[in-house]
Ligand binder design. Structure first.
Ligand code: HEM
Ligand SMILES: [Ca+2]
Ligand SMILES: [Ca+2]
Length: 357
């Protein structure tokens, strides 16, 4: 059931929870409904123009950018499959703090007291494999198209690649994000959700980013792959909201298995559990079925089924994989447009994704 985090895939689960770990890789390719050209005409206030992204942004300056990134993501996925969940989560943490601008990639300056985003407590468990993927892809892209492609765009493309590589939809990625000039650890906590956030809190945060109820439920479906450390769900296992007992909305077999690996006190801090006990490595809609069966891992996951506002969306996504895949592609495009910067006034094009220009 559980395993310690390492760069290879965590070991398989205890048989009592091995609910048919059929690794299904039925991939549907979403045919793009969007033309690959420059952005929509008719929206030309200054602010909107700055924020516009397009599918063909690098058509002249680096037409092979997606192939270059793909060669790296393919290789990474073969060598270290956890690069998938790692990079998808990295993209989410980038977009929610200062917008999708590569701010999460900046390293704290040596000797500086001002910590960069990635050194914030909430970003400490972002896996190295996500950063590594971006660094490698950036190096390759720089060797072919120097000084052209932003780190933020590379992260957006790599995240999409991994959604597809793990079995999820393929969708086109809009590009044209510039990298940001600000990366401060202090900006992280107010802008990221927590494992014990209520639906109200999650909604408030997502709404503040221009995302809606449906986006919250659909994007949470990324928890169909990947793993979480015990500390994020320990409260549900032993002393839920001061009750001295477990969260009643957790399946008893899952509770037992999680308690075995995550003792109340003194457990190994490196132990992780899969978000999706059925297909932890496969990007599918099993996450939603799990929520209906009280198999959600985090309180914030299970809450989506408990709340009457989000439950119908959970049920809809659980019913049909294609519906989820389509909605996920749309929601990722929306998330990928949060706080986008264009131009030198607000942005930069870094050569090294970890340092400002
Ligand atoms: C809705 C609120 C959300 C909360 C409270 C939340 C919280 C978390 C937590 C606590 C972890 C475990 C980290 C660890 O222990 O290493 C995690 C992992 C993950 N999250 Fe979320 N998350 C949310 C939304 C999202 C979204 C919107 C995405 C992407 C679209 C996402 C993608 C992931 C992935 C892929 C992992 C697995 C990472 C890995 O295995 O390396 N999450 N999340
Ligand atoms: Ca950012
Ligand atoms: Ca899955």
């Amino acid at each position: 059931m559980l395993s310690s985090s390492s760069s290879s895939l965590p070991a398989s689960f205890a048989s009592n929870l091995f609910f048919g770990c059929l690794l299904t890789f039925n991939v549907i390719i979403l045919t793009s409904h969007f033309p690959t050209g420059l952005s929509k005409p008719g929206t030309n206030t200054t602010q909107q123009r700055h924020r516009q992204l397009s599918y063909g942004y690098y058509a002249r300056t680096c037409p092979q950018v997606e192939q270059l990134v793909a060669s790296v993501t393919n290789q990474q996925y073969k060598n270290a499959p956890v690069s998938g969940p790692a990079t998808i989560r990295l993209f989410f943490h980038d977009c929610f703090v200062e917008g999708c601008d590569g701010s999460v990639l900046i390293a704290t300056k040596q000797g500086s007291k001002e910590l960069a985003e990635r050194d914030a407590v909430d970003n400490k468990d972002l896996r190295a494999e996500g950063f590594e993927t971006v660094t490698k892809a950036k190096a390759l892209v720089e060797s072919k198209c120097p000084g052209v492609v932003s780190c933020a765009d590379i992260l957006a493309i790599a995240a999409r690649d991994f959604v597809h590589l793990t079995g999820g939809p393929y969708y086109q990625v809009k590009k044209g994000r510039w990298d940001g000039k600000i990366s401060a650890a202090s900006r992280v906590p107010p802008n990221l959700p927590r494992a014990n956030s209520t639906v109200n809190e999650l909604l408030k945060l997502f709404n503040s980013k221009g995302l809606k109820l449906q986006d919250l439920v659909v994007l949470s479906g990324a928890h169909t792959i990947g793993f979480a450390h015990c500390k994020h769900f320990l409260g549900r296992l032993y002393d839920y909201k001061g009750s001295k007992g477990p969260d009643p909305s957790i399946d008893s077999r899952l509770l037992k298995a999680l308690r075995m690996s995550c003792p109340h006190y003194g457990g190994n801090a490196d132990i992780v559990a899969p978000f999706d006990v059925t297909t932890p490595f496969g990007f599918d809609h099993a996450y939603y079925g799990n929520l209906e069966a009280k198999l959600g891992l985090l309180s914030s996951d299970q809450a989506l089924f408990m709340d009457p506002r989000t439950r119908p969306i959970v049920q809809e996504m659980g019913k049909e994989k294609d519906r989820f895949f389509q909605a996920f592609a749309v929601a990722m495009e929306k998330m990928g447009a949060i706080g986008v910067k264009r131009g030198r006034k607000h942005g930069e094009k870094r050569r090294d994704c970890t340092v400002h220009m």
